[in-house]
Design a protein around this ligand. Structure first.
Ligand SMILES: [Zn+2]
Length: 172
């Protein structure tokens, strides 16, 4: 073999080597993304996005209340709206969790022992469909909850009710 032949042989070997490296990297990344895809799909939907940018506004769409994942607790349930009478200096359409309120929204202000995103089912509120905890309140402590309405009149109509509330045991 002369020098030219050796050079051509080397080039061919290099090309084969690069080809195999690409193939291996491609295979590995394909498996990696496939596995990551499976894992991320199996994770539950997060409804506690700060501004609801995930597009899920109704927890009722993802939770079936007939499932026995709820425990019950009696709360004193009052109501509020975004007005200054109800929220004072916090009347800014943003909840304590950073969630931006939209028209017709339904959620709960709960004591700090209930994390944001905790799902509750309050009889008579949101057609008794599950709603998330998205807010806090100065007087919302211990066994008290505050349910959100768009208007002050709706909040007044709710009044004060002692209710058996269902709380989802798992967090979304
Ligand atoms: Zn109000």
């Amino acid at each position: 073999m002369d020098n030219d032949e050796i050079r051509v042989q080397e080039k061919r070997n290099m090309a084969i080597l690069i080809f195999w490296m690409f193939l291996i990297v491609w295979c590995v990344s394909l498996h990696y993304f496939a596995i990551v895809g499976i894992i991320s799909k199996s994770e539950p939907t997060n409804v506690n996005s700060p501004n609801g940018s995930d597009g899920i506004h109704s927890v009722a769409d993802v939770v079936n209340p007939s499932e026995s994942l709820f425990y019950t607790h009696i709360f004193r349930v009052t109501a509020y709206c975004p007005c200054a009478k109800c929220c004072g200096k916090f009347a800014d359409n943003v909840t304590a969790s950073g969630y931006i309120i939209y028209d017709g929204d339904r959620f709960i202000a709960a004591p700090p022992e209930y994390d944001f995103g905790t799902v509750m089912l309050i009889p008579g509120y949101n057609e008794s469909k599950p709603v998330p905890v998205r807010d806090r309140g100065g007087v919302i402590k211990a066994d008290k909850l505050d349910v959100y309405f768009d208007t002050h009149q709706e909040a007044l109509n709710w009044g004060v009710q002692y209710l058996e509330v269902k709380i989802l045991e798992v967090e979304l």
